[in-house]
Design a protein around this ligand. Structure first.
Ligand SMILES: [Zn+2]
Length: 309
């Protein structure tokens, strides 16, 4: 029988923190500001975007139907965010990744690294693995609008024109503009300082989501306490007291989805709230709409001043 261990070495591999750790969640509804490409595979002469099949209750209530929806895959969003940190400009023209000697795939795996501390890292040769404590979810579009195929003049792999050779036209699918994508970032047991990296990457990555050109999404606006607020919720908690403002992938009506998002955002510990900051102390705090945006921006500013400048 195994003896009870008497060492104080953390079984998680994480060094103890001198400050309180929390769980954090970011819930947002993103909107494509133009057509967007996030590739999945190449069929015969067509670059396809990533889609998912969603089983949905049939309108007559009997059985299921299957619908295709466009998708911003959480793993791709994670990659864009991580690169945003690697490419973050520091003073004197140095990039954060170069400063920390941390890149893709050559992660540095140090707990002090402002990138690896939340995104995690793996160095198989040296048998080092640092658990990623930030996970990404959601991304299934609300509207079941299939991608549009467009013709482009030259294949992207043809980098230089060879004389006498006509450039190959190619076709590419695009996610239509104005698709809405509910997305979620969850952080497990991180400090407030570590969350600054997450906030910086999340907000800065918005204009870089997508592959090739064009790219970019915005945080959609809608009615929360007031009209035209960003559809954004940030939770910092030990106890998950709030209803999670997630949208079922089965939902196809944007108005219904936005109503659900708002109802859940203001529903905490069994009661409907009427404030955009719901503060239950260390156990649970939620920021909604404009307050959530300002909170994320404050974390971005703190990150910039502490790490980059
Ligand atoms: Zn690193």
């Amino acid at each position: 029988m195994a003896k009870a261990t008497t060492t104080s070495k953390a079984t998680t591999g994480l060094s103890p923190s001198t400050t309180q750790r929390y769980h954090y969640d970011i819930y947002a509804i993103l909107e494509g500001t133009q057509e967007m490409y996030f590739g999945e595979e190449v069929a015969i002469n067509v670059n396809l975007v990533e889609k998912v099949k969603v089983p949905r209750s049939a309108p007559n209530g009997q059985g299921f139907q299957e619908i295709d929806k466009c998708y911003i895959s959480p793993t791709k969003r994670r990659g864009v965010e991580r690169r945003t940190l690697i490419w973050a400009p520091m003073k004197a023209g140095i990039l954060l990744g170069d400063h920390e000697q941390c890149g893709i795939p050559g992660t540095c795996s140090r707990q002090e690294c402002p990138i690896c501390c939340v995104y995690g890292a793996l160095q198989p040769k040296e048998d080092i693995s640092l658990i990623g404590r930030l996970t990404h979810g959601g991304g299934v579009a609300i509207q079941p609008l299939l991608p549009e195929v467009k013709q482009r003049a030259m294949h992207p792999s043809v980098m230089t024109r060879v004389e006498g050779v006509t450039p190959m036209p190619y076709r590419r699918e695009y996610n239509e503009p104005a698709l809405l994508y509910p997305v979620y970032n969850h952080c497990l047991s991180i400090t407030e300082q570590e969350f600054e990296s997450v906030a910086y990457a999340f907000l800065n990555a918005l204009s870089r989501i997508g592959a090739g050109n064009p790219k970019g999404v915005r945080i959609a606006d809608g009615l929360l306490l007031e009209e035209n607020e960003p559809l954004l919720v940030v939770d910092r908690y030990l106890a998950p007291l709030g209803k999670r403002p997630t949208i079922s992938p089965q939902e196809i009506n944007p108005n219904v989805a936005l109503d659900r998002f708002r109802d859940s955002a203001f529903f905490v510990f069994g009661e409907r709230q009427n404030s955009e900051v719901i503060d239950r102390g260390v156990a649970f705090t939620r920021w909604i709409g404009d307050q959530a945006m300002q909170r994320l921006q404050q974390y971005c500013l703190d990150f910039t001043q502490r790490v980059l400048l």
